[in-house]
Design a protein around this ligand. Structure first.
Ligand SMILES: Cc1cc2nc3c(=O)[nH]c(=O)nc-3n(C[C@H](O)[C@H](O)[C@H](O)COP(=O)(O)OP(=O)(O)OC[C@H]3O[C@@H](n4cnc5c(N)ncnc54)[C@H](O)[C@@H]3O)c2cc1C
Length: 603
């Protein structure tokens, strides 16, 4: 398998475009100078390429195992790599210095996280979930929970998991049955939990001496449905008030799932309270647990979108290396030159350019959304914070849904670039495809993300956040129209027309949904609408990237070859990918008639 090289120049460019300069001008992020960020990415690149990437294939081949003594064995090297990861201080990058964090913007943490996901997606799920647990505890934990747990999670000494899913409760958490009973004999706000959770990522392992499970369960007086769900912190090993470890808690792994991909990540069926009850403490208010868990889920959704970016980048690099080496056919422009590397063939170029454009667009979109998150926390102006929050909130399901679709599609095209060899496991292309698949399922399926985009985002504020986004997109078109018409592939003015057409599609589909807002219309439209949304916003950011690259080219800033490639890739996005918004618009606005007309008995 070809080596992974972190695309540091591209990541720095995406960070610039996401507004890193504005962020580091804020007092909270004053430390994050461009030189420091660049040095961090270089070092992370070395760790990803040198330590994590070599374990990716081993993890896939060996998988995880539940030993007879109940311990979960990870693939060779995983535990040691985690030790080095913690030793080097990687887990603490974006967290509050008061908790032992390094206080960098979340978007820098995300750029670094892309490297972990690209290098070894299965392994990197562990730190991803710990980040979500830190967010949830920071926002909703009690003073004691925050004092005892947060510094240890931030340092990576302990890890976190999220426990939502039960056999009968997946997308529909209203059906949760796991129970929590008050345990006054153990203290105020202490509970005993009973029940089973399934599909728990990194549910057990030996990377850390303790694992903090965030578990959804129902109190005895809970109202039915999602309004009766509470969130609990249930450690694998009980924790004393000073943070020292006590006895093993009453929870265990019953079995590990056998999966299509991410074999290096243990996906556990967990039993809570088989003996006397798993001891936990309440996070947030009784019956308000789902809102607390949403803090973790929103964070995790952005990071799962990032997994799509990481796996796409890895698949792209792998396919490009192969396409330059594999000799088949002759060059259509120079048939006498003998056998040509397949990268010379226009159809292979189409595959590679599609992979490249979608990967870069997904990266821009993810970084942009997370930079909005930073602004929403750290900007001194309340109006800016509110606008950034609304933008991040709107884009979260798009990042999760579209970027994970991109991760899978790019990995799929990667297999195609390899031809028959791609279908053979040894080349590694197949592993990217298998690993990428789950990202479209977990953290809420992409169908549920599309429903969220339409229901909780578009309809909820009567289109206000979408209209604000469309206005920003139109402003980019207007700027482009001021430029001179295209004379060469490097003239960015030519991007105005395709971007404008994509924005028209987004506006038309949004208006149609707002005006036809029966649940059937809206839910029937949601998936094509989400695809349209992802392509249009990804395309918008690619156009901005081209404009900035053109500016740097004209100003003699940066590497001219890099800037030229940015502009050409955006032109390809505009020529070959943006036009798909028209088809998604048509599908979204077709209405539910043919969708729902067939009698169920006919299926
Ligand atoms: C490898 C792996 C790791 C996971 N890790 C975790 C974890 O760490 N913690 C955790 O709690 N869970 C985890 N999950 C569970 C995951 O989040 C769920 O599988 C996912 O949310 C979907 O739930 P489900 O499997 O029950 O599917 P269902 O909810 O049964 O959905 C089946 C299909 O129906 C669709 N659907 C369902 N309801 C609706 C609706 N109302 N409208 C339209 N379509 C609908 C879905 O989109 C899907 O296509 C993991 C799953 C896997 C496979």
């Amino acid at each position: 398998m070809s080596a992974y090289v972190a695309p540091v120049e591209d990541m720095l460019f995406a960070l610039d475009l996401a507004g890193l300069a504005d962020l580091v001008a804020l007092p909270r992020f004053a430390e994050a100078s461009p030189d420091l960020v660049s040095a961090i990415l270089e070092e992370a690149g070395k760790f990803g390429a040198g330590v994590l990437a070599p374990l990716n294939e081993i993890g896939d081949r060996q998988g995880c195992a539940l030993e007879p003594d109940g311990t979960v064995r990870l693939p060779e090297g995983s535990v040691e790599a985690y030790g080095q990861f913690v030793e080097a201080g990687w887990p603490s990058l974006p967290f509050d210095p008061a908790l032992g964090g390094q206080g960098l913007p979340a978007v820098v943490g995300v750029a670094v996280g892309e490297i972990w996901q690209a290098a070894n997606l299965a392994w990197a799920i562990g730190p991803l979930l710990t980040t979500g647990a830190i967010e949830a505890l920071s926002a909703h934990g009690t003073v004691d929970q925050r004092r005892v747990y947060l510094p240890r999670l931030v340092s990576g000494e302990w890890t976190g998991t999220m426990n939502l899913t039960e056999p009968q409760a997946g997308s529909d958490l209203a059906q949760l049955r796991c129970k929590a009973e008050p345990a006054p004999d153990l203290g105020e706000d202490v509970y005993r939990l009973f029940g089973q959770k399934i599909f728990i990522s990194h549910g057990d392992h030996e990377m850390a001496e303790n694992i903090c499970h965030l578990v959804l369960a129902r109190l005895p007086d809970a109202p039915p449905g999602v309004k009766g769900i509470s969130l609990f912190l249930v450690p694998k090993v009980l924790v004393n008030d000073d943070g020292s470890l006590g006895a093993r808690n009453d929870l265990k792994v019953v079995s590990l799932e056998h999966k299509l991909g991410i074999h290096g990540s243990p996906t556990a069926v967990m039993a809570y309270g088989d003996t006397h009850g798993a001891v936990g403490t309440l996070i947030g208010q009784p019956h308000k647990g789902l809102a607390c868990m949403f803090t973790m889920m929103n964070n995790a959704r952005l990071n799962v979108g990032l997994q799509g970016v990481g796996v796409a980048e890895r698949a792209l690099q792998h396919a490009v290396t192969y396409a330059k080496e594999r000799l088949q056919g002759v060059d259509v422009t120079d048939p006498q030159a003998g056998k040509a590397p397949i990268i010379h063939h226009p159809d292979v170029r189409r595959m590679l350019m599609t992979m490249r454009a979608k990967t870069q667009a997904a990266r821009l979109l993810t970084y942009y959304a997370v930079a909005q998150l930073d602004l929403s926390h750290a900007h001194p102006d309340e109006a800016v914070r509110a606008a950034a929050h609304a933008r991040m909130d709107l884009l979260t399901p798009v990042v999760k849904g579209w970027c994970t679709d991109v991760g899978f599609e790019v990995s799929d095209v990667g297999v195609q670039v390899f031809g028959g060899t791609g279908y053979i496991e040894e080349t590694g292309a197949a592993q990217f495809l298998r690993d990428a698949r789950v990202c479209r399922i977990y953290e809420g399926t992409n169908g549920i993300q599309a429903i969220d985009l339409v229901g909780r985002k578009l309809l909820h504020d009567k289109g206000a956040a979408v209209k604000a986004l469309i206005a920003d997109m139109r402003a980019t078109v207007m700027e482009l129209e001021k430029g001179t018409p295209a004379k060469s592939p490097l003239d960015v003015a030519a991007l105005a027309v395709p971007l404008d057409a994509a924005v028209d599609d987004l506006q038309a589909a949004s208006t149609w949904i707002l005006e036809h807002a029966t649940p059937l219309d809206a839910q029937g439209a949601c998936t094509p609408y989400a695809h349209l949304f992802g392509i249009a916003t990804g395309g918008w950011l690619m156009v901005q990237a081209a404009v900035e690259a053109r500016r740097r080219l004209d100003a003699g800033e940066g590497d001219p070859a890099f800037m030229t490639a940015k502009i050409i890739t955006a032109r390809f996005m505009a020529d070959a990918i943006l036009p798909f918004t028209r088809a998604h618009r048509a599908a979204a606005m077709a209405g539910p008639d043919s969708l729902m007309a067939l009698e169920e008995t006919c299926f």
